[in-house]
Design a protein around this ligand. Structure first.
Ligand SMILES: *Cc1c(COP(=O)(O)O)cnc(C)c1O
Length: 399
């Protein structure tokens, strides 16, 4: 018999990760997520949360969550399909559809659950799914669960997408259904998908368009309605998928589109059918988040003011900040070790920003990824500049 040990591999594999510096050692957040957060017992300037609008600590959202707990309890008691569909979930879905200007919407426990549950149902055997080369891991996993053929086009390159589509048409038999899937905002570089060009190519071939707007929700478009609104493509994107865990400040995934999409998705997505529904507090806070944004776009405007101010400041200091068009600002460093050293030096100076290193990005493209929020004040961002300047000079990233 093969000599098996049911547990020895755990330590071996972990030790291997440690030896390659590929293990995660997450820092501990000891306060709510806000500009000055307590992290590992230290008060630091938060520059790496996805809490773009500061909504995770917003009194209106917190109050809505508390009220929902009092009235409806701590948990939902079931999966949505059996006894866990509460009125709050339905109200949330109506609110999402109104906010996104679509016919209908469906709410999932997370964005990851939406991608993993829905993508493999939309395309299967005999179909083709075409992905941007830099799509998020949850899309990649959703695609892996599908029996469809896979195509990849060069990052944000619609000419290359056209090539993949034309090659697919030459095959016999040609694919039954085709779906093009892309991140709306790419999380490592902060660039925006060329959605108008993608829609135009899709229309030539009768292909579906699925956009994952996790970093566009609350950020792009009028009142933070997202990438579809940003490009005025209402009605042209079949699946507008998003998350409540970033700009909207809570947690949960959503898809917005036609009533047919909603009906299909809720009957087919295994992650939706077979996993408990969001607790009342979560659903209520999500509703409050969208209601606040519909009423008032001042946080979205402030986010963009801060974004512009922060990018200009880093550029003036001499940093290479890539080609980001959004509040995600990478500070390019080069080698992985140097990015790690910069992040550690920044933390000593009370600035919390994480390094993104190989294999998440190419070996010579390691960076510190910063994200400002609407909640940061000018003084706080200036505190950030000072730390970046001192650490950048010490590590010879700027002169
Ligand atoms: C964060 C993220 C997700 C996952 O969303 P959750 O709701 O946090 O599970 C999916 N897609 C993209 C592009 C993301 O950035």
């Amino acid at each position: 018999m093969v000599d098996r040990n049911p547990t020895a591999f755990l330590k071996q594999e972990y030790d291997e990760l440690v030896s390659k510096s590929l293990d995660w050692r997450p820092r501990t957040l000891m306060s709510s997520s806000k500009p000055w957060s307590k992290v590992d017992s230290k008060k630091v300037l938060m520059l790496c949360s996805n809490n773009y609008l500061g909504l995770s600590d917003n009194p209106e959202l917190k109050q809505a969550a508390i009220k929902a707990v009092r009235k409806f309890g701590a948990g939902s008691g079931s999966v949505r399909a059996i006894a866990g569909t509460m009125q709050l979930h339905l109200e949330l879905e109506e609110t999402i559809a109104r906010f996104k200007k679509t016919e209908a919407a469906l709410y999932y426990q997370t964005g990851f659950a939406a991608n993993a549950g829905l993508i493999p149902q939309l395309v299967g055997e005999g179909d083709l799914v075409i992905s941007d080369a830099l799509n998020h891991g949850s899309i990649i996993d959703g695609v892996r669960l599908s029996k469809a053929e896979r195509g990849i086009y060069k990052h944000a390159d619609t000419a290359d997408l056209a090539r993949v589509l034309e090659e697919a048409e030459k095959k016999t038999p040609a694919p039954r259904r085709i779906m093009i899937i892309t991140d709306g905002v790419f999380s490592m570089d902060g660039d925006i998908a060329p959605l108008p060009g993608i829609v135009a190519e899709a229309e030539k071939h009768g292909a579906m368009v699925y956009v994952d707007d996790a970093h566009g929700d609350g950020v792009l478009g009028d009142h933070g309605r997202g990438i579809t609104d940003h490009f005025h493509l209402h009605g042209k994107v079949q699946v507008d998928m998003g998350t409540f865990s970033k700009g909207f400040g809570v947690v949960g995934g959503s898809i917005a589109g036609s009533t047919d999409l909603r009906n299909f998705a809720l009957n087919k997505s295994r992650t939706w059918l077979l996993s408990g529904s969001a607790p009342p507090a979560v659903a209520a806070a999500c509703i409050a988040s969208l209601n606040l944004l519909e009423r008032d776009d001042s946080l979205v405007k402030k986010l963009w003011e801060n974004t512009k101010f922060f990018k200009e400041g880093l550029k003036k200091l001499g940093f290479d900040i890539g080609n980001s068009e959004t509040p995600i600002t990478p500070v390019m460093v080069g080698e992985s070790e140097k990015a790690v050293a910069l992040s550690q030096a920044l933390f000593k100076k009370k600035v919390f920003a994480l390094p993104i290193v190989f294999p998440m990005v190419a070996k010579d493209r390691a960076r510190i990824r910063t994200m400002v929020t609407a909640a940061h004040s000018t003084e706080e961002l200036e505190f950030g500049f000072k730390a970046f300047e001192e650490c950048g000079k010490k590590l010879k990233i700027i002169s």
